[in-house]
Design a protein around this ligand. Structure first.
Ligand SMILES: Cc1cc2nc3c(=O)[nH]c(=O)nc-3n(C[C@H](O)[C@H](O)[C@H](O)COP(=O)(O)OP(=O)(O)OC[C@H]3O[C@@H](n4cnc5c(N)ncnc54)[C@H](O)[C@@H]3O)c2cc1C
Length: 362
């Protein structure tokens, strides 16, 4: 398409940021042009691939229900949503960023969050309450120049090539700032394509059901506390932990009690290769051709975990599993403690059939 020789506002990039900027500009200026380096079929950038989850300050049900389209009257009566205040948002942000967020950017993110949602809704964006109808009530991996990231899978568009960042740093004297070696990186299906997202499957390759089970590396060892916090506060960090494992890969394991709680949009049979076996020993053998190097250690890790969970449950018979809160069901009792605890949602993995899926960081 031939571009006009001039315009009042030129927007570069056709993702959320670009389209929001273009719409906002169009509400003032007449001639707004949006360009992108991708072919038309890839318009939308990473925004096309997202789960579209938004975090916003709100005062509870009365603020949120007018914005969403998936809550009928009866459900509205049944659910309760605590307010999420500016202080809550600041605290979560600070905790996740180790206190290193830029104060001015944090202020804009937090204080403008409600207004941004309302503006998007007024421009036709439809929102849904993300916990409705899910049993768990409850990016591209950025090439940051560090070792190993070239092995992470790309979750979205292959056209976020970083050219403008490179130009800014190399030619315009921009300085790098913030956590430059870090990135948002998740557990991603090992069978997903490596160098670009899949435009049909999009975010369904995400595999964030680990709080319901365990993650073991190919040496048969656990490497993170799967229950250290609610999934929303850990999923973007654990991709990096997987990338740091031998073979840059891990297995997620659940027993038959937890399998029904896995999110359909991440684990439905049509999308994921699930390996199922009636016992842990048989599961370990089935995983060897998929990359498990030490099946004995895999079995030992699960045995030790089960022993620790059982000891905790004996000591705390009133403790109840609850995936919606940090329920305190752990592997740490006065009698048995794991070197690497599972701090919440630690239930025994002892009822077959057992299931797993392979993971990579992305
Ligand atoms: C699978 C997945 C799930 C995600 N889930 C969530 C989520 O639930 N919630 C959330 O908040 N975030 C999520 N994210 C992150 C979110 O996608 C991004 O933060 C957001 O989309 C960024 O929007 P953007 O407009 O800045 O960039 P993008 O949407 O990536 O758009 C950038 C556009 O710029 C174009 N471009 C790049 N370089 C050039 C150039 N030199 N010249 C011209 N055009 C160029 C690209 O082709 C692209 O179309 C997810 C990301 C992925 C990949």
């Amino acid at each position: 398409m031939a571009l006009p020789s001039s315009c009042t506002v030129l927007v570069v990039g056709s993702g959320n940021a670009g389209f929001s900027a273009a719409v906002a500009a169009r509400q003032g200026a007449q001639d707004v042009i949006l360009i992108d380096q991708c072919p038309e079929s890839w318009a939308g950038g990473n925004s096309y691939f997202t789960a579209g989850a938004y975090r916003t300050v709100h005062g509870g049900k009365s603020d949120l229900l007018p914005l969403v389209n998936n809550v009928d009257e009866q459900t509205a009566e049944e659910i309760d949503i605590d307010p999420y205040t500016e202080a809550d948002f600041y605290n979560d942000l600070s905790r996740m960023c180790g206190g290193r967020s830029d104060p001015e950017l944090a202020r804009i993110l937090v204080q403008d969050s409600t207004q941004a949602i309302q503006w998007l809704a007024s421009n036709g964006i439809r929102f849904q309450l993300s916990s409705i109808a899910r049993p768990t009530k409850s990016t591209v991996a950025f090439d940051s120049g560090g070792p190993g990231w070239d092995c992470a899978k790309v979750r979205g568009t292959p056209y976020n090539t970083g050219d403008v960042l490179n130009l800014a740093i190399r030619d315009a004297g921009a300085a790098t700032a913030g956590n430059w070696s870090g990135c948002h990186s998740v557990a991603w299906d090992a069978n997903a394509p490596s160098h670009a997202g899949d435009q049909e499957i999009t975010n369904e390759f995400t595999k964030s059901g680990y709080p319901l089970g365990l993650m073991l590396n190919t040496a048969g060892k656990r490497f993170v506390d799967e229950g250290v916090d609610l999934r929303n506060f850990t999923y973007a960090k654990f991709g990096r932990a997987i990338l740091g494992q031998p073979d840059r890969m891990a297995f997620q394991v659940w027993d038959s009690r937890m399998i029904p709680w896995l999110r359909d949009e991440e684990y439905r049979e049509e999308r994921v290769e699930r390996i199922t076996a009636p016992s842990i020993t048989e599961l370990a053998s089935k995983l060897v051709p998929l990359g498990l190097r030490d099946p004995e250690e895999f079995i030992r890790t699960l045995d030790e975990y089960n022993t620790a969970v059982t000891a905790f449950q004996r000591e705390n018979p009133a403790a109840k599993w609850d995936p919606a809160i940090k329920d305190g069901l752990s592997t740490q009792s006065s009698r048995v403690k794991l070197a690497l605890p599972k701090t919440n949602w630690a239930t025994p993995l002892d009822q077959g059939p057992f299931s797993q899926c392979g993971l990579l960081a992305a």
